[in-house]
Design a protein around this ligand. Structure first.
Ligand SMILES: Nc1ncnc2c1ncn2[C@@H]1O[C@H](COP(=O)(O)OP(=O)(O)OP(=O)(O)O)[C@@H](O)[C@H]1O
Ligand SMILES: [Mg+2]
Length: 507
């Protein structure tokens, strides 16, 4: 490559425009990404970030505009053209074959090309070289299903590099990672950048933007509204550029007024499908009018605990009591009738049916409610009106109850679940990762609703891997490690103290 070519931007998007029916997802977007840089893209849920990247990767075709790579216009008709042009994408929902090895997956990615014919031995050698060059350690012979999420993500990156990617797109890569895995990923991205690769990073976490990007661009309602050198901006400025108003980056809440225990867990033990103990003899109470937060590194039993209480997973032994009545093993519908609402951690598997229209999901699990019909007949007008009210109150975009749920952006899907569960006015609320993939304006909103629930005398149990979120919302914090509650702290306990407990180092 000539020196001259090296100075050309890795990517130029010129006048990119895209509509989905009435939704104008990308409006005349211009963006220049410098070679060898980490370029962040931020913006509210539904701002058009994923759409823009899908156009660059050939998933969607723009209605208008031009894509230039190293100065030359390229028509990206499909992902194959994108890959040939040196673009790689690390998907949020990994596209890996679970019962194949790492090496097989990496080779499979290059299917059809001469790369496959190159043979296993040379592929293995190339994979090793990539791993050493970029610090991406994964065992080539490990099965994907046996790897933790962080390693699976590294396989996605390796796959892209193996196919010759010079430009890597990562759309919210840290949403599924533990803090340690996220740090690891960032170290890798920095190495990649230092070796001349170009990285586009979409994230809602402004802390990540400040820590790792060179440049940051802000989208709002389909438009590119600003680009800043990261060194020359602040979290406050970025927040305001994204949302178009000042955002409160702290949760405002008064003292808790706890009443009687509403939810009690006694000596609860929960095993996973393979019979491994995930929750180990755990006991605690959640009182009316308080928020109890469960802190912990992902995978220490918090998810299984929440699922057992929600009736999704059968406990192995122990009791769960609602208002003093034993409910262990009772099904979710009965639990809902007893006043237990649940915002599940994984909205795609448990919170939503993506092929349903929005209004159907807005009452999912509550369709027997007399508000929505009688004698087995649903009152569609009432349901749609109810859905429209929630859409307005939670600012779900686009405001269309007839849109297929899959066509809402990630953060807006999360708002659909949150609205459904909170607007039921339950007595107890189980909340798992309530703000995963949600923009900062919506985080502020969801946090306020959770505090309002507490102030209205509800018992709230919160599970989050975001320690900041746990500390900001909780009145009491229980720390889980290896299936056990290893300690209880107040929210003013330092990040370091909690961090050590979460790592199993201090009690
Ligand atoms: N296939 C589709 N059909 C209809 N509308 C779509 C489709 N894909 C995206 N949209 C709409 O386009 C807009 C932009 O969505 P996009 O997914 O790009 O947002 P985003 O900025 O990535 O948001 P998030 O932060 O929530 O992931 C949204 O209003 C979304 O509902
Ligand atoms: Mg997105």
């Amino acid at each position: 490559m000539s020196l001259d070519n090296d100075k050309k931007p890795a990517i130029e998007l010129v006048g990119i425009d895209k509509r989905f029916g009435a939704v104008h997802a990308n409006r005349d977007i211009n963006l220049t990404v410098a070679k060898g840089s980490i370029h962040g893209i931020i913006g509210e849920n539904g701002a058009g970030k994923s759409t823009l990247m899908s156009i660059l990767y050939g998933f969607y075709q723009a209605d208008a505009g031009e894509i230039r790579i190293s100065g030359a216009p390229v028509a990206i008709r499909d992902s194959q053209t994108a890959i040939s042009a040196g673009i790689g994408m690390v998907h949020q929902h990994f596209m890996l074959v679970e019962d194949f090895t790492v090496l097989e997956n990496v080779m499979l990615g290059a299917e059809g090309g001469q790369l496959l014919r190159r043979g296993v031995a040379s592929a293995r050698k190339e994979l090793k070289r990539l791993e050493t060059d970029y610090g991406l350690d994964v065992d080539p012979d490990a099965l994907i299903e046996e790897l933790p999420v962080g390693s699976q993500q590294r396989v996605e990156i390796l796959k892209a590099l193996y196919r010759g990617a010079e430009i890597l797109i990562l759309d919210e890569p840290t949403g599924v990672l533990t803090p340690a895995e996220a740090d690891h990923l960032f170290r890798i991205l920095q190495v990649l950048r230092d070796q001349g690769k170009t990285i586009i990073l979409i994230t809602h976490k402004l802390r990540e933007i400040m820590a790792i990007t060179d440049t940051v661009s802000v989208m709002r309602r389909g438009e590119m509204v600003a680009t800043r050198k990261t060194k020359e901006t602040t979290v406050e400025e970025l927040a305001e550029l994204m949302v178009g108003r000042r955002v409160l980056l702290r949760v405002e809440k008064g003292e808790a007024n706890p009443g009687a225990p509403l939810l009690s867990v006694r000596n609860l033990t929960v095993k996973d499908g393979r019979g491994v103990t995930m929750v180990d003899d755990v006991s605690f109470d959640v009182h009316a009018g308080e928020i109890v937060g469960i802190a912990g590194v992902a995978g220490n039993g918090q998810s299984e605990l929440l699922e057992a209480i929600a009736g999704i997973r059968k406990p192995f032994s122990g009791d769960i009591l609602i208002d003093g009545k034993p409910v262990a093993g009772v099904d979710p519908a009965r639990l809902r009738a007893l006043g237990l609402a649940h915002i599940p951690e994984d909205r795609h598997h448990m919170g939503l049916v993506l092929k349903f229209e929005e209004y159907e999901n807005s009452i999912l699990g509550y369709h027997r409610d007399p508000r929505y019909g009688r004698g087995g007949l649903l009152d569609l007008d009432a349901i749609r009106k109810d859905a429209e009210e929630k859409i307005a109150k939670y600012d779900i975009r686009p405001p269309n109850p007839r849109l297929k749920t899959a066509n809402f952006s990630g953060g807006n899907q999360q708002k659909i679940v949150v609205a459904r569960e909170i607007e039921r006015d339950p007595k107890m609320l189980l909340v798992g990762q309530p703000t995963r993939g949600v923009d900062i304006g919506a985080i502020e909103f969801i946090h306020r609703r959770i505090v309002e629930m507490r102030d209205a005398g509800k018992a709230v149990l919160l599970v989050s891997v975001e320690l900041d979120e746990i500390r900001a919302l909780s009145d009491r914090i229980l720390v889980m490690f290896a299936g056990k509650v290893v300690g209880e702290k107040t929210p003013d306990a330092g990040e370091q103290t909690l961090g050590l407990m979460m790592a199993g180092i201090a009690a």
